[in-house]
Ligand binder design. Structure first.
Ligand code: FES
Length: 685
């Protein structure tokens, strides 16, 4: 789409910008940056056209352009000038590039604005279905030339800086942070009354910007922001360049609060049972956060004081504890949050050692059990913009579930417990080298083959032993246990009620007696001093409870939406990234759906945090979206219990799962106590 805009006579040269297609006539001698500004073309500048920052690079094209109706002569732009030469000598300009503030219009011309020269450049996300992030950070750099002091017109240095920002950038800056008052006088004098300032936009449309830092002259460096996903088990942070949007380092740390309790509720009870318990946990998480920030800054080899903005996403309990709020109320109905709104604070309010006036933003919480992390998932996956009905599940110790489309979005959380992370499973472990992560069981021989983290080979491939020589086979991780249980069900080792058959019933010596139930022997490493890895009936129970909790949450939302099916399923969370959709469906973890429509979003909460960090508008957008999301409290919904009981069967006692039935035939076996030893009886119901 081209925008026709005449700023001068039509006899003046025509300037066409690509890729925007914006065009207009400009008088000979007009700098390209000025033409771009007048047409609203997105061309960056930090130095305000003084030939210092090189952010305004453009590529002119010469020759015939029938599409644009122009012929561009070699003389269409002014000649390469001394400022461009100086910049090229010092830093090097890519071939064919000019500085938009130096090159002036001499004739009709076609100008390409490369992506890195756009202010609102897009940060490309890897997944095809993901929206790109448009750069619009809350902290930006501006280069200004400030009037020198004059005894006859006494004004403060700050006030003259404010006047320069107003005159040169149209910025109405209301205040300077306390650190700025200390640094501005030496910076102004050192820079010869030319300085670069970092300005925070104030955080809301109605707020006025403020100055966060002053550097003498043109500041050549970068400023950074952090997108942090504060989980109950781990804290993960992305360090981003606030100008390019690039992730320069990512790092993680175990949440030090783990010593107060593995899961959320045990931390809430710790605060209830111990005077000062909540404060201890606040201190622990803040210390952990500072340690993580030191670690990530060291990895990126930057100074922590260059980190000027942070976005946090977390579940409600983590949110309260990090903010220093006792999470007591979240442990009991009606699960009231101290505040559900988005929060704008400064890093020092949370004892975080970053830039002295670093800004902090918390996404809003959706409900007492559905936190800012779910809001971040909603921002990243945008169910509210989806044409089809999408179920988004963030799988963790607490599953946070969103169901919706552009008409409405519902949300709930469901207590899945830690079984999906390999905890409370006999041979379970966290996903780490040596853990079994993929499983296949031959339905005829009942023999397993598997893959472990750290090797691409299957256990029956030649060379497997050598490939795992350093890691060994140490246990089963969350995705491994899901595949194991589903494969056992598909191979007829496990019945719909969740019972493992005996050796005689199944016809495999791998089914071994284990007290009053049976276990399936996956791997016996005892001959070489290694572990014996089994799947026991209590393991199956733990997985049944977890998957039933997840499914019934989703099913409850489907009831409320008035549907029996969903169009697609998005699995979010690090764990979601590794779940095999087919196996998840065999277990009945997720509703029956076309397998091709079950996708993984990776760490969607972390991505949502990154979007909010890099784009100020996304913050207001998610604040408005969260207001519209309908919250469902599973704990008080009678149908939740009914769904839970039905979903305890594998895949489900009442739901038909027709799409699954089309691709997998589940053996009709039953291993109830008192079985006949022959093993194959009709399943009841
Ligand atoms: Fe800074 Fe052109 S605008 S070099």
């Amino acid at each position: 789409m081209s925008t026709q805009k005449s700023t001068e006579k039509t006899t003046d040269p025509l300037v066409v910008f690509t890729p925007s297609g914006k065009r207009g006539h400009f008088a000979v001698g007009t700098p390209i940056l000025t033409a771009a500004r007048q047409l609203g073309v997105d061309l960056d500048s930090v130095c305000g056209g003084r030939g210092i920052c090189s952010k305004c690079q453009i590529t002119p094209s010469y020759g015939e352009f029938p599409k644009h109706g122009v012929t561009v002569a070699d003389t269409a732009l002014s000649e390469w000038n001394a400022v461009e030469q100086r910049y090229d000598d010092k830093r090097g300009l890519p071939k064919g590039r000019r500085l938009g503030c130096q090159a002036t219009v001499q004739g009709d011309v076609v100008i390409d604005v490369p992506p890195e020269s756009q202010v609102h450049k897009q940060v490309v996300r890897k997944r095809a279905e993901a929206r790109d992030i448009v750069m619009n950070p809350t902290v930006r750099l501006y280069y200004i030339e400030v009037q020198e002091p004059d005894m006859h017109e006494p004004t403060g240095d700050l006030e003259r800086m404010q006047a320069a920002l107003k005159a040169q950038w149209g910025l109405d800056v209301s205040r300077a942070h306390p650190n700025v008052l200390k640094e501005l006088q030496p910076a102004l004098r050192k820079g010869g009354w030319k300085v670069t300032v970092a300005v925070h936009d104030g955080g809301r449309e109605t707020a006025r910007p403020s100055i966060m830092q002053v550097w003498p002259g043109y500041y050549e460096g970068t400023i950074y922001g952090l997108a942090v996903d504060l989980g109950s088990t781990t804290i993960a942070a992305h360090l981003c360049d606030l100008q390019s949007g690039e992730v320069v380092a990512s790092s993680g740390l175990m949440n030090p609060q783990i010593r107060f309790g593995e899961d959320l509720m045990s931390r809430v009870s710790y605060s209830m049972m111990n005077a000062g318990g909540a404060d201890e946990m606040t201190e622990a998480v803040r210390d952990g956060m500072n340690a993580l920030f030191t670690q990530i800054a060291a990895e990126a080899e930057i100074n922590k004081t260059l980190i000027m903005d942070c976005v946090f996403v977390c579940n409600p309990v983590m949110h309260h504890l990090f903010l220093g709020i006792d999470p007591f109320e979240l442990g009991q109905a009606p699960f009231a949050l101290a505040t559900s709104s988005a929060l704008r604070l400064e890093a020092r309010d949370l004892d975080l050692a970053l830039h002295p006036s670093a800004q902090v933003y918390f996404l809003p919480c959706i409900a007492g059990h559905v936190g800012a992390d779910a809001a971040a998932v909603a921002l990243s996956e945008a169910p509210d913009k989806s044409e089809d009905l999408v179920l988004v599940v963030d799988v963790g110790t607490n599953a946070e579930i969103l169901l919706g489309n552009k008409d409405k979005v519902l949300a709930c959380s469901s207590p899945t417990g830690p079984a999906f992370e390999g905890a409370q499973i006999t041979s379970g472990q966290r996903a780490a080298p040596g853990a079994i992560e993929r499983v296949e069981i031959d339905p005829a021989s009942k023999e397993p083959r598997f893959q472990v983290i750290g090797s691409d080979l299957w256990s029956d491939d030649p060379g497997f032993e050598a490939s795992i020589a350093t890691t060994g086979i140490t246990g089963i991780c969350g995705s491994g246990i899901i595949e194991a249980v589903a494969e056992m069900r598909m191979a007829g080792i496990l019945d719909a009620s969740g019972l493992i058959g005996s050796a005689a019933q199944v016809g495999s010596v791998r089914c071994i007696e284990d007290g009053r139930t049976h276990s399936y022997l996956m791997w016996d490493g005892s001959a070489t001093g290694g572990p014996t890895i089994t799947v026991t009936n209590p393991d199956i129970r733990a997985i049944q409870m977890a998957k039933a909790a997840l499914y019934s949450g989703a099913r409850l939302l489907m009831d409320k939406f008035g549907v029996d099916t969903v169009d697609r399923v998005v699995l979010a969370g690090a764990f979601g990234a590794h779940i095999s959709p087919k196996h998840a469906m065999v277990l009945g973890m997720i509703p029956d759906c076309d397998i091709a429509k079950v996708t993984s979003a990776g760490n969607a909460a972390g991505t949502g945090a990154r979007i909010a960090l890099l784009n100020a508008d996304a913050r207001s957008e998610i604040e408005a979206t969260v207001q519209q999301i309908l919250k469902i409290e599973t704990a008080v919904e009678p149908r939740f219990q009914e769904h839970f009981v039905n979903a305890s069967a594998i895949p489900n006692a009442v739901e038909p799962f027709p799409i699954l039935a089309g691709i997998v035939t589940l053996p009709d076996v039953s291993f109830n106590a008192g079985g006949d030893g022959g093993g194959r009886r009709r399943r009841r119901g």
